[in-house]
Write a protein of this length. Structure first.
Lengths: 253, 377
């Protein structure tokens, strides 16, 4: 099947606050999809819905053609194939980095503890953190926390990786390193990637496709490759978003 | 005065010269207060700004409020030669005034009732949320009991140490002190009637039926209930709870049940400890202050206490443990937003659990006082 994740007529939000209305979105297997939009427009909310953390008010989320809310098992089995890197890294503060990476293995597999440690260690190696395996998350820098979070997200070789603002709070160099890491995972392992980000640089560097959300319309207002949106869009909100760099270029001249 | 150079009064016309600065505020206020009557009598005030390039916002606000006060009393206000910056300043006051008048209007008596109603509503909503939470906890708990291997025992032991072992010194010390004070004071009163031999019985009842369990519960709520709320709340804020859920962890069995099982295990012992050290305090009081020998104290105690007294404390302790663990975890799970929300949740956890503990205690005491032979009429 070509579509790995489908959002169909999703209507949802928090408690009584409607954030998303009639959102339709398809994620193709193996692509890097970037979700953009202004602050507060509902990007994180959409991601929470896709991850099954928030229940849709109506509509469906299909993973590999199966509704994730069909049964608790469906949700659990889907989650096993996902990896998520949250905005803050979300490592457990009372465990070491290694133990954090071992968490998903513990929950989903029956392999022995030493094997788990071995797998976790190799994952930490891919993000260049092997030397910090025994550190506490609160003792390492924000960039390292995110990388460790990425290692944890990859622990079970997921089919889809989700990122919520991976570059938030990172300097441009660290953030572009993280971008290339994400791209290389996508290329070498074929992992589908869904990213929320504001960074134009990373959008152009890694995205295959971009969708733009808008808070007032409670949904998607534009969709296409980054280049298409930047060059051809007639929508003023899209132009404002992608026009940013032109604006700064002009100022510098 | 510095500002009189800047303020010139001519009949009902107030001319302002130069820039009124923040430093001029006091003299401006004084000047206006002094000359208030002039404007009232004239029924008008005309402000001449033609010589003034601008006003700082603090004296501006004073002037504006003054004008409003006059205007409300029917004085006609006119402005001459105000520069654009002064107009903007006054316009901004006007805007913020309509905002603040909204707030001010809320002082009436209705609004107090409205606030009260709102408060009661949120409180009831919290309670109903808690009710469902307890339901889920019990559900998870029963599931755990049926599959004891699924319980995260290392965590249970960790929390048993945190909530139980580490609470021993403070609970023992405080109940000892309280027992001593109670024994001393009640014994002293009773001695007036020559009845100090009944002090051990009185003390034993009050400690085992009320003070021991209650004090232990209050201390545990303060130490551990708040810690539960803070721990889970912080994890919630840092999205760790979401991360756990995505990794397939059942948040209840990971975050809530170990804490509850731990508290259920240690609480009866803490109450037992509180009872013993409270009674021991009474013994000390007898020996030190009342010339009541230990042997008398103990034989009186033996006559008064029955096993039910001790068992009753344990039953209470189980209920208190359920309350404290659930309220603490519930408040933590409910945290949304940033770090300040964690602080609020911690406070709320302590207040609500102590409230519910006392409520439960009162209900149990009223309902079950008759089960204790010798206590009811
Ligand atoms: N945990 C929450 N509880 C209640 N409401 C929330 C929560 N998180 C977000 N919201 C609300 O949902 C709406 C969309 O927020 P969301 O976090 O999805 O925006 P976003 O696009 O991710 O913004 P940002 O770029 O700032 O992260 C906002 O109005 C916000 O108030
Ligand atoms: Mg967000």
């Amino acid at each position: 099947m070509n579509m790995i994740l489908q959002v169909e007529h999703l209507r949802g939000g928090w408690d009584k606050q409607l954030v998303l209305d009639d959102v339709n979105l398809q994620v193709k297997r193996g692509e890097v999809l970037v979700i953009v939009g202004r602050s507060g427009c509902g990007k994180s909310t959409l991601m929470q819905h896709m991850l099954g953390l928030l229940k849709p008010w109506s509509g469906k989320i299909l993973f590999n053609g199966r509704n994730i809310w069909e049964s608790p098992q469906a949700l659990q089995e889907s989650r096993r194939r996902w990896g998520v890197l949250f905005q803050s890294g979300a490592l457990l503060g009372n465990l070491t980095l290694l133990e954090n990476v071992m968490l998903p293995l513990k929950e989903y597999t029956d392999i022995s503890r030493s094997d788990m440690a071995l797998v976790a260690y190799s994952k930490l190696e891919t993000v260049d953190l092997a030397d910090f395996a025994d550190s506490n998350p609160l003792e390492v820098s924000g960039g390292m926390q995110k990388r460790a979070g990425l290692a944890r997200a990859m622990a079970l070789d997921p089919e889809v990786l989700f990122f919520d603002e991976p570059s938030a709070g990172l300097d441009p160099v660290t953030s572009s390193n993280l971008d290339s890491l994400i791209k290389s995972i996508n290329k070498s392992l074929g992992t589908t990637v869904v990213i929320v980000t504001h960074e134009l640089a990373s959008i152009f560097a890694i995205s295959d496709r971009v969708v733009m959300l808008d808070g007032e319309e409670h949904g998607i207002i534009a969709e296409g490759t980054a280049m298409e949106l930047k060059e051809n869009s007639t929508d003023s909100r899209v132009r404002a978003f992608f026009g940013r760099d032109e604006f700064t270029e002009k100022k510098e001249e | 005065m510095k500002s009189t150079d800047k303020l010139i009064l001519d009949g009902a016309q107030l001319s302002i010269h130069g820039v009124l600065e923040t430093d001029d505020t006091d003299s401006l206020r004084e000047f206006l207060e002094k000359n208030k009557a002039v404007f009232f009598d004239a029924g008008k005030l005309s402000l001449d700004f033609s010589d003034s390039p601008g006003i700082d916002s603090v004296p501006g606000e004073i002037l504006y409020q003054f004008c409003r006060q006059l205007a409300r009393a029917g004085v006609k206000i006119t402005r001459i030669g105000a520069s654009k910056s002064i107009d903007t300043l006054f316009a901004s006051f006007k805007k913020h005034e309509s905002a603040s008048s909204l707030k001010k209007r809320r002082i009436g008596i209705h609004e107090h009732f409205e606030d009260l109603g709102e408060g009661v509503y949120t409180f009831l909503k919290t309670l109903s949320g808690l009710w469902f939470f307890v339901g889920e906890t019990l559900n998870a708990f029963i599931g755990m009991i049926l599959h004891p291997l699924k319980i995260r025992w290392p965590m249970v032991f960790y929390y048993m140490e945190e909530t139980g072992v580490k609470a021993i010194p403070i609970i023992a010390t405080l109940t000892l002190l309280l027992g001593t004070v109670l024994g001393y004071q009640s014994g002293f009163q009773m001695r007036i009637f020559g009845a100090e031999n009944f002090m051990p019985a009185l003390l034993a009842y009050s400690i085992t039926w009320e003070i021991g369990p209650m004090l232990a519960a209050v201390l545990v709520a303060g130490r551990s209930g708040s810690a539960f709320a803070a721990e889970i709340g912080t994890m919630q804020v840092r999205q760790e709870v979401d991360a756990l859920r995505v990794m397939g962890f059942d948040t209840f069995s990971y975050l809530v049940t170990p804490k509850m099982i731990a508290l259920l295990c240690v609480m009866p012992f803490l109450v037992l400890l509180a009872n013993c050290s409270g009674i021991f305090g009474g013994l000390l009081a007898g020996i030190l202050f009342l010339d009541l020998p230990a042997s008398t104290f103990i034989s009186e105690l033996g006559k008064a206490l029955i096993p039910l007294d001790i068992i009753w404390g344990m039953i209470k302790s189980v209920i208190y443990a359920v309350i404290i663990a659930n309220v603490g975890c519930f408040m933590g799970i409910r945290v949304r937003g940033g770090a300040s929300a964690v602080g609020k949740a911690t406070t709320a956890a302590v207040v609500l659990s102590i409230f519910l503990v006392i409520l439960a205690d009162a209900l149990m005491s009223l309902l079950f006082v008759h089960i204790r032979p010798g206590l009811s009429m």
